[in-house]
Design a protein around this ligand. Sequence first.
Ligand SMILES: C[S@@+](CC[C@H](N)C(=O)[O-])C[C@H]1O[C@@H](n2cnc3c(N)ncnc32)[C@H](O)[C@@H]1O
Length: 181
Amino acid sequence: MVRDDREHWDAKHRALGTPIPQPPDALRGQTDLLPGRGRALDVACGRGTVAVWLAGRGLDVVAVDVSPAGLAAGAALATTEQPPGRIRWVEADLDGGFPTEDDAYDVVVCQRFRVPELYPALAAAVAPGGLLVVTVLSEVGDTGGRFRAAPGELAQAFGELEIVMHHEAAGEAHLLARRPS
Ligand SMILES: C[S@@+](CC[C@H](N)C(=O)[O-])C[C@H]1O[C@@H](n2cnc3c(N)ncnc32)[C@H](O)[C@@H]1O
């Protein structure tokens, strides 16, 4: 990532108001699929809305993003919310791969950060019995574009896992997938 991109994301994160903890979009209505404890990885966590929500469910979370402003907003939110799970905020450029690549997690979330080159690392980060939660922009129901997934992209990329849910509509693709125990 070039420095301009980091500054772009920092400016975007600073311009937004106070974040609110929220479940990942792909998990809405299906939060019972989450384990009650364990370890979670939030890839490109932004301002930590999902990371703090996961910690609120009792998971210990590693939250990774390139933007110091996003991470700072997340850390401030965690202080306010005082979730029971711990959160480790990691500043890293994911263009260089995962900073935690030897680890496996019970929950791996990657929301609105589409880097197909990272799909194998995302799958590999899911522990046996663990859940992968992905949302990306999609060409389905939209006009297409550089950052959008082609139809079927997520189901194909994560075919080694058990697909629990795959939904593409209105310019977004959502996937829930589990690694067999
Ligand atoms: C659209 S936001 C999504 C944030 C969060 N996942 C969410 O759903 O609210 C994309 C995030 O990716 C981060 N990002 C962009 N390029 C990155 C990179 N090369 N390495 C790590 N994070 C990056 C940005 O800082 C930003 O927080």
